[in-house]
Every structure is written in C-alpha cells, then in structure tokens.
Design a protein around this ligand. Structure first.
Ligand SMILES: Nc1ncnc2c1ncn2[C@@H]1O[C@H](COP(=O)(O)OP(=O)(O)O)[C@@H](O)[C@H]1O
Ligand SMILES: [Mg+2]
Length: 294
C-alpha cells in the first residue's frame, strides 16, 4: 500500500482552537502545564494520506482514536463563543456528511465513499490550495475570483441534510483548491458544519468571512484590499455582502478571540486597521456603483 503523509500546518479549525488553548496555558509558565500544552498541540483529529485503492490513488481521511474528545472540546468552545458551528462526533454521521457534501458539489465527477467505521476515501481534486496561489503566484487574483464564483455556486445548491441551501462552515484558504488549467476552484474538507438553525444568508456570510479572515492572516497590507474585493465582486450577492459588512467591525470579547484564531494570531491593531480599510474600499465601491447607475 502506498502511503504519502502530507506535512502541513495545523490548518483544521478545531486544532487552532486547541493550539490557542495551549498558548494560553503556556503563558502561565508552569512546567506541568507546559507539557500539557505541547501534548495538545500534537493532537490531530484526522489523519489524511494518499493511498492506493484498486488502480488509483485516493485521499484517505481517517478519524483518529480519541478524536471524539477533541470534537467535544471544540463544540464546547463553539457554544461558549456562540459560533453556531459544530463537529460531528458520531462517526457514521460524520462519514455520511462528508460523502454527501462531495456528491452534492461534484456530482459524478469525483469518486467518494465511506470505508469501514472511521474512514472516507476521496478521489484527487486537481490544483493547489488557495493559500499557495495567494502567497506566491501572479495568478492570485484569478484564483480568488474562481473561489468567489465557486462559493456562490455551492451556496445555491440545496442540501437535503440541512433542509436549506448548503454552506461549508470552514472555507479557509487550504480548503479550496484552484486548478489553473480549468480556471476552476473547488471546495474540500466538510468537517465543520453550521448549525441548521442559522439562516442561509448568515451561514453564507460566515463562509465569506472565514475566507477573508484567513486571507487577512497571510497577505500584505497592499494586497489585502484588492484581494478581498476580488472575492466579494466574484461572489456578487448584495444580501450576503450586506451581512458580511454588518460583521466588519472592530472585534471585542469572544469575537476578538475568534478573529485572532481565524487570522492566525494577527495583532489586534492590524486586524482593526484592515477591517477599516476594507470597509472604506467597499463604501467607495458602492458609491461609485450608485453614481454610475444615475
Ligand atoms: N480530495 C482531495 N484532493 C486533493 N487534495 C486533498 C483532497 N483531500 C485532502 N487533500 C489534501 O489534504 C489536506 C487535508 O485534508 P482536509 O480534508 O482538508 O483535512 P483536515 O481536516 O485535516 O484539514 C488538504 O488541505 C489537501 O491539501
Ligand atoms: Mg482542511
């Protein structure tokens, strides 16, 4: 069996929550707690490997032993932060949600199936992560526009599991892959789920904010506004945009912790500055649109 393990940063959001808790513990400078913090930082909810299935390579995502405890901890954090997100703890339900999302978004174009009790096998989606395109390529804007269009398309699909329009829950830059040849972005990783009780406009705005927050954490001040506008203009949905704008305010309390986690620990001053510059650019944009329509 061929197995290629991917080395990457702790991208899954549940891990970032644990890492954040570990950092808080570290700041307490207690030897025993420091060891606990290191242990927390090394926990992973899933393993993901490229493995041979029949005559093709597939991504094999496996829930680790003990993942239920991490999921419980993360869900508690979401509850306290009033985030209206959750991880599925029941393994069967998690498998069937991942499979259902891939089938909804990809139709017959991608092979996906559950295997055993804690594994899902997924065909290879072409392209590189949006993070890679955004950080080191002349095609960053093109990749972001494709991501905006794909999010809009996906948000227009009906999910029978949600009984409403679909949303991703965690579309940060590593959960979107962009393929230059087809100029197509695609979503992967359906680990985090919005609560059903959240209206579609709010869930869709939340998805856009997750993308923007991750973008904020990895681009320069000069790139921040043009890159964000590329996403918003490609997504092009006034109601969702209005909801996003209502949430572009200097974060306080739990919301500040949330922004820190989502921006990979940017300084609070930088976060506030960038929120303000984006708001100013969006106002300018809507004023010029209004002037053009007169
Ligand atoms: N179907 C796929 N096609 C291409 N790459 C994939 C696929 N599934 C996973 N990967 C790669 O593995 C990484 C981790 O998978 P993901 O499903 O996002 O799990 P995690 O919850 O650990 O983030 C992705 O960021 C991507 O690089
Ligand atoms: Mg992921």
């Amino acid at each position: 069996m061929l197995s290629v393990h991917q080395k990457r940063r702790a991208s899954s959001f549940s891990l970032r929550i644990l890492t954040y808790s570990a950092r808080v513990i570290r700041r307490m400078h207690l030897a025993g707690l420091n060891r606990l913090a290191s242990a927390i930082e090394n926990i992973k909810i899933n393993s993901i490997n490229l493995e041979q299935r029949g005559n093709r390579l597939m991504w094999v995502k496996r829930r680790q032993l003990g993942s239920g405890v991490i999921a419980l901890f993360a869900n508690l954090f979401f509850l306290l932060a009033r985030a209206r997100l959750h991880l599925l703890i029941n393994l069967r339900r998690w498998q069937s949600w991942e499979v259902a999302c891939f089938r909804l978004l990809y139709g017959q174009t991608l092979e996906v199936f559950p295997e055993g009790r804690r594994t899902v096998c997924i065909g290879m989606v072409p392209g590189k992560s949006l993070r890679e395109w955004v950080i080191e390529s002349p095609f960053a804007i093109q990749a972001i526009q494709a991501a905006g269009k794909e999010l809009r398309r996906a948000h227009g699909l009906w999910s029978s599991e949600l009984g409403d329009y679909w949303s991703h829950g965690d579309p940060h830059l590593e959960n979107l892959l962009y393929d230059l040849e087809s100029d197509q972005a695609r979503l992967i990783d359906f680990e985090l789920i919005h609560d059903k009780s959240m209206p579609d406009i709010k869930r869709h705005a939340d998805d856009l904010l997750v993308f923007l927050q991750d973008l904020m954490g990895c681009v320069s001040a000069e790139q921040w506004v043009p890159f964000s506008l590329a996403l918003i203009e490609a997504y092009n949905e006034p109601q969702v945009l209005a909801e996003v704008r209502s949430r572009l305010t200097a974060p306080r309390g739990w919301s500040a912790i949330w922004w820190k986690l989502r921006t990979d620990y940017l300084q609070s001053g930088v976060i506030t500055d960038r929120i303000e510059t984006l708001n100013a650019a969006l106002s300018l944009d809507s004023n010029s649109c209004a002037a053009l329509s007169k």
